[in-house]
Design a protein around this ligand. Structure first.
Ligand SMILES: Nc1nc2c(ncn2[C@@H]2O[C@H](COP(=O)(O)OP(=O)(O)OP(=O)(O)O)[C@@H](O)[C@H]2O)c(=O)[nH]1
Length: 310
């Protein structure tokens, strides 16, 4: 058994282009759904922590949005969030997918990481299930050439090398390589905690994820969700009332979200409600309002209202 003395604890974050599998990997490492995954880029907007409990260590993972070049005010704020995170953690996981050639986006991030002097970086080649062993070996070399990493490791949240399935590949190895860089110290959170993200924020993320399902390219960046109220109904232990606003930027987007006779919004509500029920363990009554907040991405006041602070 490990004694308290050689217990390690600390923080890690994952960076990488949008859609490379950061959230999926974090969920797999933590073993429970705490971050949002989607096949659309840039769904993760907040730093969500997952906590990996091991006999001799505790790894707190801060999930960061995809690092990308700023375009709007929102983009700039995301990027400063990412940069602050990078200097505050004990180790960074740089994710590059096995099934896409390394390119400008990866090189841009590698250059950014080279400037973060005091934080070690483990390069993680994700989605190993999607390629052959030969292609994986080539990708490992390409990633090696991108910068100087303390380790390079292939992983898959969804299968073995070249084989998509249920059994993840090398999750423990990734945890070990990250834990190695944590300082010695007692656990930071009680055992059993998976995330310290308030349920209200997770509920908003679930609603946003459901609203994104099947919408056109331009809409994703224009959707924001705020949960106004989330309380157990009076006199009930088994029912939570949730009132939430979905903000879009244009009336046309509002129409798409609501759908014919409100059909689409009902589907969104049902899907989100099921996810939230699974998270909090009570039945949920979900009231969703769709509102237009014009150009909220470029408006500092709106951004603050939606939870994006300087
Ligand atoms: N086959 C396979 N697909 C994966 C794996 N990991 C993630 N994916 C898929 O890749 C897509 C993107 O995954 P996410 O985890 O949302 O990616 P992300 O990097 O967090 O994306 P952003 O939040 O946009 O930054 C989803 O459709 C996942 O199902 C993997 O190990 N194998």
């Amino acid at each position: 058994m490990d004694t308290q003395q050689d217990f390690r604890s600390g923080f890690a974050c994952f960076v990488g282009r949008p859609n490379v599998g950061k959230s999926t990997l974090m969920n797999a490492l933590v073993g429970s759904k705490v971050a949002i995954t989607s096949n659309r880029p840039q769904t993760t907007r907040r730093a969500i922590r997952g906590i990996v409990h091991r006999p001799g260590s505790q790894l707190v993972i801060v999930d960061t949005p995809g690092l990308h070049r700023p375009r709007t005010l929102l983009g700039e704020r995301l990027d400063s969030l990412v940069r602050n995170t990078l200097t505050e953690v004990d180790v960074i996981g740089f994710c590059v997918p096995a099934d896409e050639k390394t390119g400008d986006g990866d090189r841009y991030i590698a250059r950014e990481l080279a400037q973060v002097k005091n934080t070690p970086v483990v390069a993680i080649v994700t989605k190993a299930d999607k390629v052959t062993p030969q292609a994986l070996a080539e990708q490992l070399m390409a990633v090696d050439a991108l910068g100087s990493w303390s380790d390079i490791v292939p992983v898959s949240a969804l299968g073995g090398i070249g084989k998509t399935g249920d059994t993840p590949y090398q999750l423990d190895v990734v945890t070990d390589l990250l834990v190695k860089h944590l300082p010695e110290g007692p656990p930071l959170y009680p055992e059993g905690d998976l995330t310290d993200e308030p349920e209200q924020i997770l509920a908003a993320e679930f609603i946003r994820e459901a609203a994104l399902e099947g919408v056109e390219q331009e809409v994703p960046h224009s959707i924001a969700v705020v949960v106004d109220e989330m309380n157990l109904r009076e006199g009930r232990e088994d029912l939570t009332d949730i009132y939430a606003h979905v903000f879009v930027e244009r009336p046309s987007q509002k129409a798409i979200l609501i759908g014919r006779k409100g059909e689409r919004l009902r589907t969104v509500g049902t899907r989100a409600r099921q996810q939230i029920e699974a998270l909090i363990g009570t039945k949920v009554y979900l009231n969703l309002q769709v509102s237009v907040a014009k150009d909220w991405q470029r408006n500092p006041k709106q951004l603050r209202r939606l939870g994006f602070y300087d």
